[in-house]
Design a protein around this ligand. Sequence first.
Ligand code: ADP
Ligand code: MG
Length: 673
Amino acid sequence: MERRFKGGRGVDAGVTVQLRRREMAAPTSGAGRCRLSKVGAGRRPPPARVRVAVRLRPFVDGTAGANDLPCVRGLDRCSLEIANWRNHQETLKYQFDAFYGERSSQQDIYAGSVQPILRHLLEGQNASVLAYGPTGAGKTHTMLGSPEQPGVIPRALMDLLQLTREEGAEGRPWALSVTMSYLEIYQEKVLDLLDPASGDLVIREDCRGNILIPGLIQKPITSFADFEQHFLPASRNRTVGATRFNQRSSRSHAVLLVKVDQRERLAPFRQREGKLYLIDLAGSEDNRRTGNKGLRLKESGAINTSLFVLGKVVDALNQGLPRVPYRDSKLTRLLQDSLGGSAHSILIANIAPERHFYLDTVSALNFAARSKEVINRPFTNESLQLHVLAPVKLSQKELLGPSEAKRARGPEEEDIGNPEPPAAPASASEKLSPLQKLSSMDPAMLERLLSLDRLLGSQGSQGTPLLSTPRRERMVLMKTVEEKDLEIERLKMKQKELEAKVLAQEAADSKEKENCSPTVLRPLTHRTVTATKSLKKAVVMPLQLIQEQAASPHAKIHILKKKGRKRKLESLDASEPEKAEDCWELQISPELLAHGRQKILDLLNEGSARELRSLQRIGHKKAQLIVGWRELHGPFSQVEDLERVEGISGKQMESFLKANILGLAADQSCGPS
Ligand code: ADP
Ligand code: MG
């Protein structure tokens, strides 16, 4: 007799995963073995519909009455019928991708519906298998099975590990590694079964739409023994809960996540990640009929909420609604990239033949029928390996020089060092230096180049593919990119330093204010320039005139009023030519101009960002830019150097001078000195 999990429906992993290697060997060898090819890798595959299989379990010991007849009947390999409870003369017929009757074996389900999607993992795509159905219909049996009849999980792991060993063997283009995580969602809490002390974990989404659970343990596994070593105690964690909470395991969603990482051994050192979710969902039975109370009711509420949201997600996807309510439950959030997302998905709806399951069976079949319409868009998760950037970064640091290089190095680099050796040996990457430089490019840009390259290749383009441009040109291009990157990095660092300085300065300033000491510099914006006696020499002139005047120290002092509609030029000195009358009101002596210029220069060279902001036309951003430039290039030798600051145009520099020189000159003439 088959050895079952403790408690019939629960999971006694201690017994469960003592899988017979003999049993496992058969399906993974010979003709039935999963062949993972890389066909289509890199190209966006066509949309893939969620595959739906239905498995009808046999009557199990003690559940069948003497004359009990099943209420479900298989018609062929894809369809079944069930009595119509509204009209007993009729039956309801359903068609799916596969129907597995009561005599079907674990191997039939695995080879027929699960094995074919595993190959996508080695293409860097995601895959998921979900067992759905009411409690007692055979979900755990299908996913986990028993030692005598191992289910989908052990079979998939056995195959996948074997395949990754073959594909990642020395001499093959990709190095492969596999990790596993195991969690359960119990009452809307995500619990790490590999680390039961961790508590509720959060589910996040990265910028590429991948679902992540920060803090979830990932155990590297290289053999089935490794897998068992982690899986057995983790399953026992579940069993402990099951004993304490009675049937907890059928009240929670169990999710085994297997990640296959691939790293290309040669340039361009791509990296792929394929995720496989193997999910044993909690029972989908209707809470109202189970008569659950208290904790059971609460649990069922949570379970039914997430399964209810799952139904809503499926409906929203089918109807193409703009908002899919993935975030409404933990389960659907986790499945976001498995339903209508980036995965090849298979839903196995488990049903039972007994009459008392009838309504749950109909509802499971209806859910399965709706899921069949969901279209996924699997894509290859491909990026560039980050660690191959290390040698390039080093060379950049060499360029920076020792002190700059030290600042350029992030603290994380100091701490982490180089955790993994580069995929290619140093000598090999040196030989491939022009290609290696590709890795210093913006990964997004390189990805686009690669896909364009592939596109050209796939269209049989006779032209030179983008990445096969002549070596010399490519090197020039790479060098430019490298220099740009370097400059950007340096500027970013400076920016950070400056921000820190500004903050420090602001803190110091506010302290100063508190101490009631007079500010060194009055804000120019609040200064009014009046033509008092001593302001005979106040100045506002076009820059060219300022320069001209500065060059002739004996030029006379004027106050010119603008020649406007109502105003007349009033020359205080009749001998003065009227060349400036068109534009300017005031002219002052070159000495004052020079003073004004000097003051501006001093401010530019010594003023803090805050002080610079007190100048006209200098806002927060420009003040930062000026301080940054000064840090980088040293003091300004003349005010016109301002034009050299990135982000300040010649025109802006001129208008800045016009706006400020008068104020500063006036300051000079009116000041207490
Ligand atoms: P679920 O996980 O859906 O609650 P289980 O997998 O625990 O259901 O199955 C309930 C019972 O039925 C278990 O004793 C299990 O061994 C048995 N069972 C389920 N499916 C089959 C099957 N295809 N063949 C034989 N026994 C089965
Ligand atoms: Mg179960």
